[in-house]
Design a protein around this ligand. Structure first.
Ligand code: ATP
Length: 365
């Protein structure tokens, strides 16, 4: 298995489209790294440059310490699993999986052992004689993964491998790929636009926007300590509530004034936000970081009106509004809410996020 390192990697398409902008990523041996971001953020281009399917405009890519910029895809010893599976329709499952080994002139016995082993890992032994058209989407995806496994590559690259599957199968395959990672102890780089996939599968997540890395971290680092508004809003479902507020000094206290409610800041956060007095900032509060209070509190009370109630069983999502903002709040199912109710909340003071209104970078949390 292998380490993969990208140093100052950029990709220009033509003169104007900067698909990837000075990206630095270190992927450790056996690590599962997810590249995530909205459509067009440069994740597929990054993966294709690692695979050697796309030239690099500038920068360096190292696999296991070797500079691979000028090494052809087939000599990089990595395997890629594509979104559309890319199976050969006229070949059986066995032949699809064996193909890459045959062209590399592996002995017949070795091919047979590897294909059977991969088929067993992926539970597709009974499908080896079928052709792709006689397989379900999930089975095709397993064959595509099997074709990568038999090669025992230095690293696996996955490009949105689950996006053609229905929601239930996606959840199942997500768990299977995670289990496969544990079993094979392989370096895996996985591209998706789905933040839930990123959070559930990645040891490390790289968030990209417009070809630029926004943040690299473990799922919980990104969730609890987003570096900017984009990461804060992108990671987490329902998304973080983000509101404008003005920082004021009132009776010697530092207060974030949303217009309809005020939050009194304390300790380090109050100190940090002193430099923003009389300026607007963005406050971020995750839906689960509101505490429901049956009677309005004297300070830090957020009075809202309930507009939509979504009872999900294990929790309730409430769409509520203040005069100035619409918020999503996640509450325990032991409370009952109705559209039109007044509902009062207090923010969890330990879980507030403040962002600069212009740069959108975190300024305090
Ligand atoms: P998606 O989730 O939609 O696949 P992505 O994050 O993988 O998006 P890329 O496919 O890497 O994004 O594309 C990044 C940018 O580069 C986009 O603006 C895209 O239009 C552009 N781009 C990608 N391939 C080419 C190409 N061959 N020629 C010109 N522009 C390209």
């Amino acid at each position: 298995m292998a380490t993969v390192e990208l140093r100052n990697v950029s990709k220009l398409f033509g003169a104007n489209v900067k698909a990837v902008d000075n990206v630095n990523i270190t992927i450790n041996d056996k690590e599962f790294v997810v590249l995530v971001g909205p459509s067009g953020c440069g994740k597929t281009t990054t993966l294709r440059m690692i695979a050697g399917l796309e030239d690099i405009t500038s920068g360096e890519i190292y696999i296991d310490g070797t500079l691979v910029n000028d090494i052809t895809p087939k000599d990089r010893d990595i395997a890629m699993v594509f979104q559309n599976y890319a199976l050969y329709p006229h070949m059986t499952v066995y032949d699809n999986m064996a193909f890459g080994l045959r062209i590399r002139k592996y002995p017949k016995q070795e091919i047979q052992t590897r294909v059977n082993e991969a088929a067993q890992i992926l539970h597709i032994e009974e499908l080896l004689d079928r052709r792709p058209k006689a397989l379900s989407g999930g089975q095709r995806q397993r064959v595509a993964v099997g074709r990568a496994i038999v090669r025992k590559p230095k690293a696996f690259l996955f490009d949105e491998p689950l996006s053609n599957l229905d929601a239930k199968l996606r959840v199942q395959m997500r768990a299977e790929i995670s289990a496969l990672h544990t079993r094979l102890q392989a370096t895996m780089i996985y591209v998706t636009h789905d933040q839930v996939e990123a959070m559930t599968m990645g040891d490390k997540i790289v968030v990209l926007k417009d070809g630029i890395i926004q943040q690299i971290g473990s799922p919980l680092e990104l969730y609890n300590h987003p570096k900017n508004r984009f990461v804060a809003a992108f990671i987490g479902s329902p998304p973080m509530n983000i509101m404008t507020a003005k920082i004021l000094e009132k009776d010697g206290k530092i207060v974030a004034d949303e217009g309809d409610f005020q939050i009194e800041l304390e300790g380090k956060l109050a100190d940090t936000l002193k430099s923003y007095i009389n300026k607007e900032v963005l406050i971020g509060i995750r839906p689960e970081d509101f505490v429901y209070t049956q009677t309005p509190q004297k300070t830090n009370n957020i009075r809202t009106h309930v507009e939509v109630v979504e009872p999900l069983g294990a929790e309730i999502h409430l769409y509520v509004s203040t005069q100035n903002h619409q918020l999503i709040v996640r509450v325990q199912p032991r409370y009952e809410f109705h559209v039109g109710d007044e509902a009062n909340f207090a923010p969890d003071m330990e879980k507030l996020h403040f962002f600069d209104i212009d740069s959108e970078e975190i300024i305090g949390a």
